[in-house]
Write a protein that binds this ligand. Sequence first.
Ligand code: BZD
Length: 833
Amino acid sequence: VEASIPEPQREAWKRSQTSAFKSSDEFEKEVVRHVETSLARSMFNCDEKAAYSATSLAFRDHLILDWNKTQQRQTYRDSKRVYYLSLEFLMGRALDNAMLNVGLKDTAKAGLADLGFRIEDIIGQEHDAALGNGGLGRLAACFLDSLASLDFPAWGYGLRYRYGIFKQEIIDGYQVEVPDYWLDFNPWEFPRHDVTVDVQFFGSVKKVPNEQGKSVAVWEGGEIVVAVAYDVPIPGYDTPTTNNLRLWSSKASGGEFDFQKFNSGDYESSVAEQQRAETISNVLYPNDNLERGKELRLKQQYFWVAASLYDIVRRFKKSKRAWREFPEQVAIQLNDTHPTLAIVELQRILIDIEGLDWDLAWEIVTGTFGYTNHTVLPEALEKWPVGLVQHLLPRHLQIIYDINLFFLQSVEKQFPDDRDILTRVSIIEESQPKMVRMAHLAIVGSHKVNGVAELHSDLIKTTIFKDFVEIYGPDRFTNVTNGITPRRWLHQANPRLSELIASKLGSHEFLKDLSQLNKLELLVQDKEFKKEWAEIKFANKVRLAKYIKETTGVNVNPSALFDVQVKRIHEYKRQQLNIFGVIHRYLTLKAMTPAERKKQLPRVSIFGGKAAPGYWMAKQIIHLINAVGSVVNNDEDIGDLLKVIFLEDYNVSKAEIICPASDISEHISTAGTEASGTSNMKFVLNGGLIIGTCDGANIEITREVGENNIFLFGNLAEDVEDLRHAHTYGSHTIDPDLAKVFEEIQKGTFGSVHDFSAMIAAVKDHGDYYLVSDDFHSYIETHTLVDEAYRNQEEWVVKSITAVARMGFFSSDRCIYEYADGIWNVEPLPRRD
Ligand code: BZD
């Protein structure tokens, strides 16, 4: 770092280096200073909110110093960088994470206690940064944590939405969406008003001869929207490396408003222009696994991609290297197809602006990009109408057509007798209207395509991208099974378990090398250890029970089996299967004599998750869960034997309370539909077991933890197609137990017969696409096995410890090493200061 500072400043810098607090006394001083100066308040009226703000500012100072040094060193060393392009980063809270990563949480705890605050209350003041929908956005956040913790030179690029995912309220059992305005005080971002990019939309393309007489395309006219950078520091755990997440915010090019228009009396249109520009980064689209083809969404994508690429190219050009070295300096990962326009944009920059030949430019482009696919669901595969792309990005459409032409020409050469393959793989779908298939563009423009779990990576190779395997060979396709960061999902969420493990393994090293957990297996017969393990689970359940009481008013017994399904609400994730199963359990209990009931194991069924606002069926599922809850929870015959809870507004910070408190969690998607799932990993890492289908990462979790430590049920992916076919063309009989559940719903036991009729019809009359009836029996039986296993607490704890001990593979650190090695070809750049 020192050598990178010019002579005259270097001495002064060395003399007056700022240093961050280390002791709790110094921390307290910083907090008081920030309250009195940064916040301009007096300590007399320092409430919890102010204490949170000041504590964050103190830790922020800590991060900034490391951040500056990391960036200086990365620039000076000029090593290859990774850029992770994601429209979503579901970061959650930052303060707790910052405290743990710099290793000063205990220091802060002591300091805050001295000032009269409990650290949990202060941490609880922070608003989640919820710039994502679900798994895809949270994966991006876990990857940033791992990249920094492993010292990789890496940046994230995203959009700075003014509104993140909506807040969910449950009113009379129905979901109501409330806007999530999260930016009123956000100490974790730094506006860089000097880092801006002009992004062009609309206009037209003209061909003009250049100096060599060659015809080049000039994109002119249209409108300009300005992208302003906001930077967020990403601290690594137990390392000074602090990476950067750059989020772009949109503003009108005339500044606040266009003064010329203002002066000429056209005030209204100048304000309208400003509003139109700001709309681009206004709101996160709240759909998961669905693309609806809205123009504003495409604008968001290009805005963010253009700003990010301009920034990346600007940084590369400073190094004065030759263009062919670009892929040796830059790796760009596309988190799903949302950033696919980056491929076209880089080709455009290289040929139209930098004057490179098409072929060299294309070699650079494909050498730079990697594409991660997260779904095989047809409704989630992105397609854009050609007309819309033409209108918004006329030059890009030309380039897409050229890319497609060269691609199809080579396919034709390779398969001269096969006309159909051209239609199938074309980037342009010859439909009415014509569509640009973003996944095809992403595959053609990348050197590697990966799925996110083994089954999923196999499925994309044999179904949706089969032809591309024929064309490019199997090597373009690879698998990187997802992972989660053990820092947030064990150390932060479950501090007592993390400490117990550290005390047994002798250090916290397992947090950076999760495979070390395997040493816990030596302790599965250690009585004292098992007791402590069980006590921690119980304490976490007590904490969740308290939270349930506070938020829903329902008392739940912490000794009951806690059965949890928290994730986005979607028919393919089958919360409907779960709630039908709960009704079945309720009916079974009701049919028992009081004496029989006494012998039953008490259970709490906990649900949580948001439905996309336009997804009517998902909203009905939420309604049914709540309706069942109000009946069951107030039934005196049932008492503690069954409680049904819907937790409002499931998000990252709530997941941190819920995951450590589950005994069993549900990952029950129709086989072949959930690409990976990542909450399955979070639950098992916290000592909960899983009931699940043979889908996504459940399969690899089973391989790691062993079949005795997981509860699998249901049909296999390979049988799904035939079953669906039989439903439609054969006779379709409903499972008899499920039929009883339907009868009960239709009797009005849970109210609103009319509301729930569509859910029933989906199974009975519309082909049961998600195989709810086919899997029902095996689901119910497997829950009986869960009950039996749970009765033997001794054995259950052994299963729990064994499963945790075998979870090392699912660290996102392992993922990052696999990407670094197999896709990005980058090395870590550790800081030595
Ligand atoms: O990505 C999810 C998959 O459904 C999970 O199986 C997988 O574990 C994770 C991480 O790989 N996909 C999403 O979360 N997708 C979205 O949220 C999304 C958002 C916008 C548009 C399309 C999909």
